[in-house]
Design a protein around this ligand. Structure first.
Ligand SMILES: CC(C)(COP(=O)(O)OP(=O)(O)OC[C@H]1O[C@@H](n2cnc3c(N)ncnc32)[C@H](O)[C@@H]1OP(=O)(O)O)[C@@H](O)C(=O)NCCC(=O)NCCS
Length: 212
């Protein structure tokens, strides 16, 4: 991957590049455009109603949109309350998906909610679970958060199974919590705290981290 001039403006600190067994998880660079475009072009037709990578139609994968998306991710990271990480296969360098954390709050909460997406031509090969575990590692070991939540659509069984496999607890239902498909929808609340994976003594702090 060759960095472009615009990438100079994106500080890709070492602290924001994460490795799992098969994957590299890091913020997008402008020079990832071709990978991003190919990932959208290689997708199969939508496989489930929740296959939301299709929100960007194949024909809409334009460079201008990608640059604007990456800049938005960058601005949001400065908060730092929102993080989006691209997920690449180590061996081929292929982009297989994204993981994210939004609404990260410190102080007395130290929590964030997470999202994950694997492009559907890579489903059921364990990448979702591996990337989610990578995100959990980032949340607790890197960002020192205490709690990670996932708000999952009631009918999205695949995502619920994945959350369960990553040790998330199903805690209940949040009424009209998320706006999608033109309406406020009920979602299941799944959550994991750092104690669940053996990390103790996280204290409420005002946490300062470098920009990714
Ligand atoms: C949910 C998603 C990330 C799973 O990605 P993935 O790479 O296929 O997940 P994995 O291969 O790691 O699957 C792990 C387990 O999750 C479960 N699972 C994943 N997809 C499933 C599906 N469509 N139906 C039922 N179970 C599913 C299975 O138990 C699977 O293990 P198995 O293949 O050994 O049976 C992917 O389907 C996706 O991107 N969906 C669209 C976006 C989305 O729903 N995001 C979550 C929003 S809350």
């Amino acid at each position: 991957m060759k960095k472009t001039k615009k990438d100079k403006n994106i500080i890709l600190t070492k602290s924001f590049v994460f490795n799992t067994r098969r994957l590299i998880i890091r913020p997008y660079l402008i020079s990832d455009f071709n990978s991003w475009k190919e990932a959208h072009q290689n997708m199969l037709s939508p496989q489930t109603p929740f296959d939301w990578a299709h929100a960007f139609l194949k024909t809409q994968a334009h460079r201008r949109k990608f640059v604007s998306m990456v800049k938005t991710h960058q601005q949001k990271r400065v908060g730092p309350t929102n993080y989006t990480f691209a997920v690449f296969k180590k061996i081929t360098g292929e982009l297989v998906g994204e993981v994210s954390m939004v609404d990260a709050s410190r102080g007395g909460s130290m929590s964030a909610s997470c999202g994950y997406l694997i492009f559907n031509n890579h489903w059921r090969q364990g990448y979702g679970l591996e990337a989610l575990r990578g995100l959990i590692d980032i949340a607790f070991n890197k960002l020192a958060l205490h709690r990670l939540e996932a708000y999952i659509e009631v009918k999205n069984r695949g995502s619920q199974k994945l959350a369960k496999m990553a040790e998330f607890r199903k805690e209940g239902i949040a009424k009209k919590r998320l706006f999608f498909k033109g309406a406020w929808n009920d979602v299941f609340v799944y959550a994991l705290t750092c104690e669940d994976i053996g990390i103790k003594n996280v204290r409420p702090i005002t946490y300062s981290i470098p920009n990714g």
